[in-house]
Design a protein around this ligand. Structure first.
Ligand SMILES: Cc1cc2nc3c(=O)[nH]c(=O)nc-3n(C[C@H](O)[C@H](O)[C@H](O)COP(=O)(O)OP(=O)(O)OC[C@H]3O[C@@H](n4cnc5c(N)ncnc54)[C@H](O)[C@@H]3O)c2cc1C
Length: 280
């Protein structure tokens, strides 16, 4: 096995969908929910997009009854960069299977070149499906408007900071400003009456969400926290003990390199983890 594969195992459940489902079962036993992601992005040929689409359908069918059939997908692996119609057709077919099995599909948000297209495809899908949600990135200058629009439309939103490197013309660069933007967006979503997902490992943002929800009388059942597999495990269990909904993003598959590098770039402790293991 490639030695890096060993390190990636901290963040990736395994290569096969069965590996991810086993993790989902272990989380379920602890009262923690999961969203499963078959890793892959930036697909430029139709056949590969079709294979990625079929893999997501297979995954939805594989998740056993009793565990929420919740998957996250990247539309760049479903043909978004080839043609909008192809992507729409592929994602619609996934949503049809999700509907059949009582599942839910979250459209991950990728780099800012695709934000507008992702939102437009999402709006198109929402005309026909209720079992689909979007991700909005607090760092982007456009996001406060997108959040307001999502609340007005009653969309299902996951809020995160944004994992892609973006220029200052597109996104905030300062962590203090990104945190302030995240809090403001989270407040609007909590006030909005939907079921927002607050996706962060940042303690300041977790505590702010809890405090704001309490102050506004928003019950813990009206939103959930989300974190990534491999990060802050103890915190997942604490939040569940305190009565909050907790969902873990469980990636699996062989195309883990871009995902893995985004995690390394975000946090020096993740890089240290890799180096510690490299020299042991
Ligand atoms: C469920 C989920 C889904 C996501 N989906 C998307 C998506 O679709 N598109 C996208 O662009 N991005 C996505 N992201 C990634 C996100 O945008 C951020 O890049 C990523 O979460 C890092 O930001 P952060 O807020 O978690 O904290 P960071 O900015 O990484 O960390 C800030 C602070 O959090 C605390 N902290 C973080 N990690 C730890 C730790 N392991 N132990 C203790 N304290 C810690 C520390 O205080 C740290 O200083 C997703 C994230 C999650 C959790």
């Amino acid at each position: 096995m490639n030695p890096l594969t060993l390190f990636a195992r901290r963040f990736v459940a395994g290569e096969q969908p069965q590996d991810a489902v086993r993790v989902g079962e272990r989380l379920h036993a602890k009262g923690i929910k999961a969203t499963f992601d078959k890793l892959g992005e930036d697909v430029l040929d139709k056949e590969a997009a079709r294979r990625a689409t079929e893999a997501s359908k297979e995954l939805l069918r594989l998740i056993p009854a009793g565990i929420e059939r919740n998957v996250s997908i990247k539309m760049s692996s479903m043909g978004q960069e080839i043609s909008r119609d192809l992507c729409l057709e592929n994602v619609s077919s996934i949503l049809d299977v999700a509907k059949e099995v009582g599942g839910f599909v979250r459209l991950d948000m990728e780099g800012s070149k695709t934000t507008q297209s992702t939102i437009e495809i999402f709006h198109d899908l929402r005309r026909r499906y209720d079992n689909v949600g979007i991700v909005l990135q607090a760092a982007l200058h456009r996001t406060p408007d997108d959040v307001k629009e999502a609340v007005r439309r009653g969309d299902h939103v996951r809020l995160c900071k944004g994992a892609y490197r973006e220029p200052p013309s597109v996104a905030l660069q300062d962590m203090g400003e990104i945190r302030a933007a995240f809090k403001a967006c989270a407040h609007v979503l909590l006030d909005g009456g939907g079921y927002p997902a607050v996706a962060t490992h940042d303690e300041e943002l977790i505590l702010d969400t809890i405090a704001y929800a309490k102050a506004q009388g928003v019950a813990p059942s009206r939103f959930e926290f989300q974190m990534l597999y491999g990060l802050r495990r103890r915190r997942w269990e604490q939040l569940v003990r305190d009565g909050y909904g907790m969902r873990i993003y469980v990636p699996f598959g062989t195309h883990w390199i871009p995902y893995f590098y985004r995690r390394l770039r975000e946090r020096k402790e993740n890089v240290l983890f890799v180096f510690r293991n490299l020299f042991h």
